[in-house]
Design a binder for this molecule. Sequence first.
Ligand SMILES: CC(C)(COP(=O)(O)OP(=O)(O)OC[C@H]1O[C@@H](n2cnc3c(N)ncnc32)[C@H](O)[C@@H]1OP(=O)(O)O)[C@@H](O)C(=O)NCCC(=O)NCCS
Length: 129
Amino acid sequence: MNYEKQIQESETHVFKVVFPNTTNHHNTMFGGKVMEMMDEVAFMTATRFARKSFVTVSCDRIDFRKPIPADTLVELVGRVKYVGNTSLKVNVSIFVEEMYQNSRIEVVSGDFTLVAIDEHMKPIRIFEI
Ligand SMILES: CC(C)(COP(=O)(O)OP(=O)(O)OC[C@H]1O[C@@H](n2cnc3c(N)ncnc32)[C@H](O)[C@@H]1OP(=O)(O)O)[C@@H](O)C(=O)NCCC(=O)NCCS
């Protein structure tokens, strides 16, 4: 089945300001906070894709290629990259923008697998066949 239209329409973009309450002693964003934001965007993307209830079952390798400095803006982009029976995989990338300059670089990327569940927390098909 071709899901390209739904994938396109459910691509999810979230912007955040890198405020001091999200940074570590290096004055860059705390890795645990980054993963929390990525998981949330993966959840939003999956939900918008299928309009079903999802839980995260795993995340693949997350590459932190560059630090995310304080006083910048970040954009998280979630996009479905694989659709299984009851699970799907969402890639989440993070881009950093300077506040007062036109610059934008990709700094983090990772994949999250989420499973569609029913009211008893049992996996259900994402789409009926
Ligand atoms: C998600 C959960 C309901 C899956 O239950 P389960 O009995 O393992 O389900 P199944 O073995 O039938 O697998 C269901 C799907 O998940 C996939 N899956 C299961 N474990 C996986 C893992 N570790 N990594 C990737 N995919 C996985 C299976 O391949 C299957 O995909 P498919 O149907 O598309 O082929 C259960 O593991 C769970 O409740 N986990 C806790 C979730 C949670 O609390 N998350 C944090 C808060 S959101």
